[in-house]
Design a binder for this molecule. Structure first.
Ligand code: SF4
Ligand code: SF4
Length: 112
């Protein structure tokens, strides 16, 4: 718990506005780690469309397994899920840096 407060823990930022729901991160994670199909380390979840300011929006959320992401980040600070995201919607790093980057953005932050 102290790690999270100090911002030393690893966090994954997912920008809801920039994500197109392409499922690329899900594929990138699986191809990087080659885990079996009965496992899911990263899932893209499609949410029900709804109206925001008179415009229809469909947001997607990602569901990473953060202990896997922390180990992944320790091995490669630029994992394929992040570098290959066409919307540049993902960012992984120390929690304090990710929180700073999240300022003013419509995003989720997942912490490990
Ligand atoms: S986070 Fe990026 S790679 Fe993943 S579904 Fe969204 S746009 Fe695609
Ligand atoms: S950081 Fe690594 S383990 Fe986490 S979703 Fe991306 S590729 Fe998968």
């Amino acid at each position: 718990m102290k790690k999270r407060v100090d911002g030393e823990g690893i966090a994954l930022l997912h920008d809801l506005d920039d994500c197109t729901g392409c499922y690329g991160c899900e594929a990138a994670c699986r191809e990087t780690w080659r885990y079996p199909y009965d496992e899911d380390w990263m899932r893209v979840l499609r949410r029900t469309p709804f109206v925001v300011d008179g415009k229809l929006r469909t947001y997607h959320v990602v569901a990473p397994v953060l202990d896997k992401c922390a180990a992944c980040y320790a091995k490669d600070p630029n994992p394929l899920c992040v570098t290959g995201c066409p919307g540049q919607a993902l960012r992984i790093g120390p929690l304090a840096e990710v929180v700073k980057e999240a300022e003013g953005r419509h995003c989720n932050i997942y912490t490990a």
